[in-house]
Design a protein around this ligand. Structure first.
Ligand SMILES: *[C@@H]1O[C@H](CO)[C@@H](O)[C@H](O)[C@H]1NC(C)=O
Ligand SMILES: *[C@@H]1O[C@H](CO)[C@@H](O)[C@H](O)[C@H]1NC(C)=O
Ligand SMILES: *[C@@H]1O[C@H](CO)[C@@H](O)[C@H](O)[C@H]1NC(C)=O
Ligand SMILES: *[C@@H]1O[C@H](CO)[C@@H](O)[C@H](O)[C@H]1NC(C)=O
Length: 966
């Protein structure tokens, strides 16, 4: 059906053996002292036995001397070195704890072999690449350069001539790959992942992210819960991920120890074979501590508060108490080691606290999930009280407000590992801003973009860096943020994070400049092994190979700081008369503007005149008479496009997802609530509408002119959706509600009632005529659905469930209008959907097999030719794009651009890609289009709306006369 490559191992090179004998990172453990020991060291308990032994030896020695017979006993000048086992072991432990903190010189050609090298891997010569190496603080770009990969390492980077010379004798043994100038970067490094412990598809049996037995568990190890069958490994590799730090979850104050892994398949097929530089390893029958970094996860703020019903004060006490134990243990150990030989007790240790004493010794990278100023401050105090450095604060949505505080942490300032646009989902994330990466980097802090996979699919971690770049983080730092900077924070920058000779051959070849919107790997190498057996890529336009401009947001970033993340986002300026100059494209090809059709203009030639709120001229317009009294805006080759529609989240009903007091609430089950009053009741989402929130206003500024929301419900019958203007102040303000009675929304997957029961109920509702006295608002809605007068929007992903729905329509309700929302597996039944005229709102746009119902995704390039939307469109289905969470609403337009960039050419024109978030959604959601109201909304983009780096300058909302200007 498609060339979908998703089966683990199918696109892997065969690997024969895993490596084992790495000694790079081992500290040589000195052999035990053979110094002569005398009785005075020993305690009574030992003295008796030893005294006897010595006496006996002496007698035997005398005897032997006399007879000339040589006994196998030491001579008295070197009496027996019989150190008790516990002292020997203790001395070994002292060696380990007293060595210097891990410090590694950058690898060089001295390294002959990667310890993860798989024997039999063919050397590879990547020819004629454009390399972003990570060198010179990320400023170095090498053009027309080759890379020789050998023994799992980057052996040489240079011009082909030199490399080929060095290869003369064995040229035929080398696989040559022509890159034709493609961009090449080091592998993407993810500092915050739960891959393997929060495995896809999520099932009860595979959920091992958080232990909630108690809030302080430094002794837990993510390695112990790491599932090697996670479907995400291959998907993330196809997005360029080559190393990730797998952290325990953030439910606990101290959730446990983290481990760096590479996601590639290994022949051994075990968690330990996927580790990079583990702090311990099984070594020839011993459990040996290496000199590598250890890693630990802490969390502050709302998570431990929620999970353990505690306060922030308890959280801080948790840390103080735990670190007091760690410090006591460290002091005890240090005392023991000052004179091991006088010790009567074994070396002191503690399964519970030993890692914290190692934190205080500086051997552990401390990664702290911590959002808010108050929490950041507590942890900075605690790091000083106990004198340990913090590797990174994660999520850290308020760090941009307190850069100086971070510099007060003990030791070097922590890095900040953040999301780009994922914010406002909980109160401690509410002041988050998309400008944080820019602000923090300008404060000299190390900025790292991370996935928190599967919170964000780490396959698209590069897009986080692109978003950060779009919102003002400069290009070099944006690339560093997913390569060199996380490698440093992980303590692995001596072998990964750079394209550098002697480094692990973890390499990504891109189809465009990696920060360009939609950039996708063509191939990923890990340890020199090609990861994608049959990659598919689409030719990207020439401009996509160029380094894009960094977005200019100085004013907005300053405001975010000035108002502590609570700046007024309402439009502040508007005009009825506007002249847009240098318009590159005009996309309002709907009926309203039929006379204009889609037009493109040569540089500087396109003008659009708006007079009294109406577009009066497009193209070659004389502006001489009109200039006075007009706002003049130069779009720098940008475009006028239709307003965007968002659906799928609770935008318009919820402000902070994890704060119930900010919601409309949850609707009861109209079928089974047990109450006369609610039985058969149809909930109208519009009655819970609430506006003027950050998500709505940000969406409006991003060109979203219509939001569609349906009620949250405890049942599978959600209720009636409504559509609204995201720029509105409240539901009664003018034009706020666009349609109060949209479609009936129901949810089929994942709830207590079985899918088959739901289908049976739907069958009954769609086929039986209710007697007059049994009619309810709900049954009346189904009467309308039967007649095709009301759209039924069904949230479901699973192909089999969609199949039941198709059958239902075919057999019982052929006139009905049904739309699938979600639809991740819908491509499997595309022909049948098309035949029965059922459309799909794909949500989220980029598929991830998060649960059992979404296991069979169409993964898109480089694993499949089609994106899910392009596949469905190519089969004649009406397709729209949706989202899942409120924070995603402002990104909607760029999701359409992503689909456009990564679909096979010829499926969409740009206008058709825009219809995915416009016209098509109107049809699929049954929005009232009689008045053509939605189509009258439009957006003026400065710069290309299909690329990052631009900005929206004007929005004409639905039914508005004034154009809001930004
Ligand atoms: C390298 O690739 C560039 C870009 O495609 C091309 O112009 C150039 O001719 C190539 N050089 C060689 C030596 O193949
Ligand atoms: C492994 O340990 C055994 C027994 O201690 C020893 O004889 C052998 O040489 C060791 N092998 C390696 C490779 O170190
Ligand atoms: C990016 O910012 C850093 C630090 O502010 C600066 O050193 C560097 O030159 C900038 N790079 C570019 C390409 O602007
Ligand atoms: C990808 O899809 C397009 C459009 O359907 C088709 O023309 C092309 O041949 C396909 N390419 C591959 C590699 O399957």
């Amino acid at each position: 059906m498609s060339s979908h490559q998703r089966v683990r191992g199918r696109y892997r090179d065969t690997e024969k053996t895993t490596s084992s004998s790495d000694s790079d990172s081992d500290i040589p453990l000195p052999s035990l002292s053979t110094k002569r020991r005398t009785g005075k060291y020993w305690t009574d308990r030992h003295a008796t036995g030893l005294g006897n032994l010595l006496a006996l030896s002496f007698v035997l020695w005398l005897f032997a001397k006399g007879t000339g017979f040589e006994f196998p006993f030491p001579k008295p000048s070197t009496p027996p070195s019989v150190t008790p086992k516990f002292i020997e072991e203790g001395i070994r432990q002292c060696e380990i704890i007293n060595r210097s903190i891990p410090h590694f010189e950058p690898s060089s050609n001295k390294r002959k072999e990667n310890d993860r090298y798989v024997k039999g891997t063919k050397p590879t010569l990547l020819k004629n690449g454009t390399l972003w190496t990570g060198e010179k603080d990320g400023h170095e770009v090498l053009y027309g350069v080759d890379i020789l990969i050998e023994n799992g390492l980057i052996r040489k980077i240079g011009k082909s001539k030199d490399i080929l010379l060095s290869l003369k004798e064995r040229k035929d043994a080398v696989e040559e790959v022509e890159l034709n100038g493609s961009w090449v970067t080091p592998g993407i490094v993810d500092l915050h992942s739960h891959m393997g412990v929060d495995a896809a598809p999520e099932t009860f049996g595979s959920e091992d992210t958080n232990s909630v037995k108690q809030s302080v568990m430094p002794f837990l190890r993510s390695l112990d819960g790491f599932n090697t069958h996670d479907l995400a490994f291959n998907l993330s590799i196809s997005g360029g991920i080559t190393t990730m730090l797998v952290l325990p979850g953030s439910a606990d104050s101290i959730g446990g120890q983290a481990f760096p892994f590479k996601p590639r398949w290994t022949a051994e097929n075990t968690p330990q074979s996927m580790l990079v530089e583990p702090a311990w390893k099984i070594d020839n029958g011993t459990w040996a501590r290496t000199h590598s970094w250890r890693h630990i996860k802490h969390a502050c703020g709302e998570n431990p508060k929620r999970v353990y019903s505690q306060t922030r004060m308890d959280n801080a006490y948790d840390f103080r108490q735990a670190y007091t134990h760690g410090k006591e243990l460290k002091d005890k150990q240090d005392r023991w080691c000052t004179s091991p030989k006088t010790q009567t007790e074994p070396f002191p240790t503690s399964l519970d606290w030993e890692v914290l004493s190692d934190v205080i010794r500086g051997n552990v990278k401390v990664n702290i999930h911590c959002y808010e100023t108050t929490d950041l401050n507590s942890l900075v105090r605690i790091s000083n009280e106990f004198q340990f450095p913090i590797a990174a604060f994660h999520h850290a949505h308020e760090t941009y407000l307190v850069p100086e505080l971070l510099k007060q942490a003990w030791g070097p300032p922590p890095a900040v590992a953040i999301f780009s646009t994922n914010a406002r989902y909980k109160r401690e994330a509410y002041r988050g801003t998309q400008f944080a990466p820019k602000i923090l980097s300008e404060e000299g802090l190390s900025v790292i973009m991370k996935s928190d996979h599967p919170v964000l699919d780490s396959r698209y971690l590069i897009a986080e860096a692109s978003w950060a770049n779009h919102f003002g983080l400069n290009t070099t730092i944006a690339l560093n943020s997913v390569t060199t900077s996380p490698a440093k924070a992980m303590g692995l920058d001596h072998r990964i994070g750079y394209l550098r000779e002697g480094y692990d051959a973890d390499i990504v070849i891109w189809d465009s400049f990696p920060l360009v919107l939609g950039a996708t790997p063509k191939q990923t190498y890990i340890d020199g092994i090609k990861q994608i057996l049959h990659p598919i890529s689409h030719e990207k336009p020439v401009h996509a190979q160029k380094i894009p401009p960094t977005g200019k947001w100085d004013k907005e970033a300053r405001e975010a700081v000035e108002f502590r993340g609570d700046q007024d986002l309402r439009p502040k300026k508007s005009a009825k008369n506007v002249i847009f100059q240098d318009v590159g494209e005009f996309h309002l090809s709907t009926n309203t503007f039929a006379e204009y059709d889609v037009q493109t203009f040569e540089e500087g030639k396109g003008v659009v005149i708006v007079q009294a709120g109406e577009i009066t001229c497009v193209g070659k317009c004389s502006t001489e008479q009109t200039e006075s009294g007009f706002e003049i805006i130069n779009l720098k080759g940008g475009a006028i496009t239709p307003g965007v529609i968002t659906v799928g989240s609770k935008l318009g009903l919820v402000e902070i997802d994890q704060e119930k007091s900010t919601w409309d609430g949850v609707a009861p089950d109209p079928l089974n609530d047990g109450s006369e009053l609610t039985n058969g009741l149809l909930i109208h989402g519009v009655d819970g509408a609430q506006f003027d929130g950050k998500n709505e206003l940000l969406a409006y500024r991003a060109g979203v002119t219509t939001g569609v929301a349906y009620p949250k419900s405890s049942s599978w019958i959600n209720g009636i959706s409504f559509s609204f203007s995201p720029g509105a102040l409240h539901p009664l303000s003018e034009g706020a509600i666009q349609s109060s009675y949209g479609a009936l929304h129901i949810t089929l997957d994942n709830s207590k009632t079985s899918v088959s029961t739901k289908i049976a109920i739907l069958r009954k509702l769609l086929t039986q005529d209710q007697p007059e006295d049994a009619k309810t608002e709900l049954t009346e809605a189904f009467d309308m659905i039967k007649d095709g007068k009301l759209v039924l929007v069904v949230k479901t992903d699973k192909a089999d469930t969609i199949a039941s729905l198709i059958r239902l329509k075919k057999e019982h309700a052929s006139k009905s209008k049904i739309t699938i929302l979600g639809g991740l597996e819908s491509w499997l039944v595309a022909e049948e959907l098309a035949e029965n005229d059922i459309g799909v709102i794909v949500a989220p746009v980029r598929s991830y097999p998060g649960d059992w119902n979404t296991k069979r995704i169409l993964p898109s390039v480089p694993l499949s030719n089609h994106t899910l939307p392009s596949y469905l469109v190519s089969r004649g289905i009406t397709v729209g794009l949706g989202i899942k969470e409120e924070w995603q609403a402002p990104n909607t337009m760029y999701e359409a651009a992503w689909v456009y960039a990564n679909s096979p050419s010829g499926i969409f024109t740009k206008s058709e890609a825009l219809d995915l978030v416009g016209k098509n959604l109107e049809k699929l959601l049954g929005l009232n289009t009689n008045k053509g109201s939605q189509t009258k909304a439009w957006v003026a983009h400065q710069g290309d709306p299909f690329s990052f780096g631009g900005k929206i300058r004007g929005v004409k909302g639905v039914g508005q006369v004034e154009i809001d200007l930004f």
